[in-house]
Design a protein around this ligand. Structure first.
Ligand code: 5GP
Length: 212
């Protein structure tokens, strides 16, 4: 066994930010370059945007289906965001963790609080901040897929979401995408090396000592 293969528990990596801080782009780049990380695909009652694919970006469900999942305990967490319901399906997360894979969650502060409460030892939470207020405003307006009422609601919600940065383990400012990505990658690399998550480290050290 080499150090690279030391067994460890999977990480639950939570990325939160107000809409428009670039969190989705950051998640996509991270998932592209990190093969041990899989995205938790949420269920939502929100309408699908033209660029989105059902089962890839979200599982789009009706309110009835959402309530049924919630009542059956199939959601690890759920919350109402921007007037729609969002939730994390429990099964894929448990499967990934038991396979030793890490899971990335693009969820809001309410979801982060619930997952952190349920599995505090496995969570690494990162809050992504925009470089400034005017830049966040401009990014939300540039996003052509949302109408004006939606943009205004998201600005109001951004203020509320921003307050919660202090509940997170790490803060990354997304000014330059490459720099922000390097920051998140560094956090993941370090958290993967935490001794308390390495379930096989005692046996590994015993093996080294025995061979001396
Ligand atoms: P959007 O509608 O722009 O895709 O997402 C709106 C907000 O809902 C984002 O802040 C996103 O992180 C959050 N969100 C997406 N999926 C979930 C989820 O499963 N649970 C929670 N709590 N928030 C979610």
């Amino acid at each position: 066994m080499t150090a690279r293969q030391l067994p460890r528990r999977g990480l639950l990596v939570i990325l939160s930010s107000p809409s428009g801080a670039g969190k989705s782009t950051l998640s996509r780049l991270l998932l592209d370059k990190d093969r041990n990380l899989s995205l938790s695909i949420s269920v939502t009652t929100r309408a699908k945007r033209p660029s989105e694919v059902d089962g890839v970006h979200y599982h789009f469900v009706t309110m009835r289906e959402f309530e049924r999942m919630r009542e059956r305990g199939e959601l690890l967490e759920w919350a109402e965001v921007h007037g729609n319901c969002y939730g994390t399906p429990r099964d894929p997360v448990e499967t990934a963790l038991s396979d030793g894979r890490d899971v990335l969650f693009d969820i809001d502060w309410q979801g982060a609080e619930q997952i952190n409460g349920a599995m505090p030892d496995d969570v690494v939470s990162i809050f992504v901040l925009p470089p400034s207020g005017p830049e966040l405003h401009a990014r939300l307006v540039r996003r052509a897929e949302d109408n004006e009422a939606t943009i205004l609601r998201r600005l109001t919600n951004a203020r509320e979401e921003l307050v919660h940065f202090s509940d997170y383990d790490y803060v990354v400012v997304n000014d330059e995408l490459e720099t922000a990505l390097a920051g998140v990658t560094a956090i993941l690399n370090a958290e993967r090396l935490r001794r308390r998550r390495m379930t096989g480290v005692e046996a590994f050290v015993d093996g080294i000592v025995a061979a001396l």
